[in-house]
Design a protein around this ligand. Structure first.
Ligand code: CAA
Length: 379
């Protein structure tokens, strides 16, 4: 057993860390304040190969693995969780199902431009009436000649409105629920597709979250992803990996908050010494660092399992559960260490705390992770 990262992984970490510090961090607070998505940052990520980390070069990727991808999401989220989730949704929610289930033609047409960063990807599963109960979706797809006609809507779509390609799930056989669900690749300019309400959010405010609407949306038959009726399984398998991307995001947020808290605690003096030297603060920092390290190890383990082609669904749910709770706890403690200053926008810890909350909710709430883990333990 070897816990040392390979040279390639260390190199990717250093490259993304430098990029995050120099190109992402300086505008993070302002983009959060203005709820502003920055396509320029996405383009720069593409220039570094970050938009296609795990995909082979023939599909525009850099031929690395899921661990490298998690490290990239972590380092981006350490300064800006919105940028982290932009890459995460693009890679694991949109790119992955095309890579795993797409035809060669679909990979060339959709995965390649996404990996090269020419197109942005998104994923649409959740509906107004079906969140945790994903199988309760209502969006339908009716075959008419050589097209499917989609009707319905999806909500809480990360990269909504800025994405060019959406992986969407709809009922082709409504009586059959799970086995009547089909996955589709939707282009943003297909007739009948539109972007609805943009959410105003507590955190990850520079990552757009929107509704997407299908009104007799015309989707060519060849845009079915996988087989008709296979969609629910594709949605679930996609989330298995996606959840680990969110774990990486949560680790990054927590690490960013710890970095800030350590710096502050060393420089802030009360009662004649740095607050880091007060046991109440020092022990808090120790707990924060320990929880982050445990979360990181679980996250890297799940990424390694996936890269090795081994089962990773349970471990990915565990990493998301652990890292999401860690991010929430650590960022709350960081605000506490900063005291009154932490509650202001003069320091980044309040943003980290707001950003952390979503990691306990999206890609399956913490309660759904427990359901997934307990079902796997007992099946
Ligand atoms: N891999 C492969 N197949 C799977 C699977 C998996 N991980 N999970 C379930 N399946 C299969 C089952 O084997 C079963 O197949 P059979 O009928 O052939 O036996 C079928 O799918 C139905 O499975 P369940 O009976 O377990 O389904 P369920 O209705 O009980 O739901 C659930 C299971 C885990 C609760 C699921 O509904 C779920 O994950 N809910 C949470 C949804 C979620 O995470 N949403 C997040 C949306 S994305 C997002 O957050 C936005 C973003 O952009 C970041």
């Amino acid at each position: 057993m070897n816990f040392r990262l390979s040279e390639e992984h260390e190199m990717i970490r250093k490259m993304v860390r430098d990029f995050a510090r120099n190109e992402v961090a300086p505008s993070a607070a302002e983009r959060d304040e203005n709820e502003e998505f920055d396509r320029g940052i996405f383009k720069k990520m593409a220039g570094l190969g970050l938009t296609g980390i795990p995909w082979p070069e023939e599909y525009g990727g850099i031929g690395s693995d899921y661990l490298a991808y998690c490290i990239a999401v972590e380092e981006l989220s350490r300064v800006c969780a919105s940028t982290g989730v932009t890459l995460s949704a693009h890679t694991s929610l949109a790119g992955w199902p095309i890579y795993k289930f797409g035809s060669e033609e679909q990979k060339q047409k959709y995965l390649k431009p996404m990996a090269l960063g020419e197109k942005i990807g998104a994923y649409g599963l959740t509906e107004p009436g079906s969140g945790s109960d994903a199988g309760g979706m209502k969006t339908t797809a009716r075959l008419e000649g050589d097209h499917y006609v989609l009707n319905g809507s999806k909500i809480f779509i990360t990269n909504g409105g800025v994405a060019h390609i959406y992986i969407v799930f709809a009922l082709t056989d409504p009586a059959n629920r799970h086995k009547g669900t089909t996955a589709f690749i939707i282009e943003a300019d297909f007739p009948g597709f539109s972007v609805g309400k943009k959410e105003k959010k507590l955190g990850i405010r520079s990552s757009p979250t929107t509704e997407i609407i299908f009104e007799d949306c015309q989707v060519p038959k060849e845009n079915v992803l996988g087989q008709e009726g296979e969609g629910f399984k594709i949605a679930m398998m996609t989330l298995d990996g996606g959840r680990n991307g969110i774990a990486a995001q949560a680790v990054g947020i927590a690490q960013g908050a710890l970095d800030a808290a350590v710096e502050y605690a060393k420089g802030r003096h009360q009662f004649g010494k740095p607050i880091a030297a007060q046991q109440g603060v020092g022990f808090k920092l120790a707990d924060m660092a320990t929880q982050i390290e445990a979360s990181r190890l679980l996250t890297y383990q799940a990424a390694w399992l996936e890269s090795e082609g081994l089962p990773y669904g349970k471990e990915s749910a565990m990493s998301k559960l652990m890292a999401g709770d860690t991010a929430m706890k650590v960022t709350t403690d960081a605000v506490q260490i900063f005291g009154g200053y932490g509650y202001t926008k003069d320091y980044p810890v309040e943003r980290f705390m707001r950003d952390a909350k979503i990691t306990q909710i999206y890609e399956g709430t913490q309660e759904i992770q427990r359901l997934v883990i307990s079902r796997m333990l007992t099946k």
